[in-house]
Design a binder for this molecule. Sequence first.
Ligand SMILES: Cc1ncc(COP(=O)(O)O)c(C=O)c1O
Length: 250
Amino acid sequence: MKADDLEKTLKRLEEENKKVKFIYVIPDFQNPAGITMPETRRKEILNIASKHDVLVVEDSPYRDIRFEGKAQRLMYDMDNEGRVITLFTFSKILAPGFRVAWILGNPEVIDKFIMAKQSADLCSPVIVQKIIAEYMKRGLLEKNLVNTISLYKSRRDHMLASFEKFMPEGVTWTRPEGGLFLFLTLTEGMDTDDLFNLAIEKNVAFVKGSVFYCNDCGKNTMRINFSYCNNETISEGVKRLADVIKEFGE
Ligand SMILES: Cc1ncc(COP(=O)(O)O)c(C=O)c1O
């Protein structure tokens, strides 16, 4: 998120008498690009939020999956006005199927969350929460995280190396320091919505970049997950995808 664009947008909405409830950000290994927001940018956004008196929702499901580099401070920890609500989840560090997550926020906001959650489903299943609590008590979360990080790092490295080897000129990609996926940009004019069907014929899938935009942009981009497949499958998948991109560009 660009701070100057944010400021402009908030001003415009104020002029239009539209009430902004919160600013939503994914500062760590953002979905879809996998990039991390530096602390300076976090601070700028917090200052703007403060100036316009808007809450900030800091969604951080990938934060603990860091392979290298220095963790940037949570916006929650940088805020001294109680305006940041931070969301975490066990989905990416234990199992998505448990559907259990947790929130940091000021007590007034948490009270509202409790009310909304209770009216939605009364409560997340207690048995599942107990299983997770026991798992953590036995130190298994930390232990498993070490394995997860090491596995995903080696798959990220392998995918980056496969891109270097197979991708045609003009294709660029992000190099996330953690998380589960990265973002590929093809040359201007290429449309990954069309490319998708060709890739599927070769049994390779990706997420079309356009779905992450709200303004019809990103047609030449795609999100690719590196955490799921083994190295052999990654090599074969990248090779097939690169062939499709080359074919498509001809
Ligand atoms: C930014 C972001 N927030 C939240 C989630 C989902 O979290 P949960 O599985 O706990 O609903 C995801 C993952 O899919 C995500 O990318």
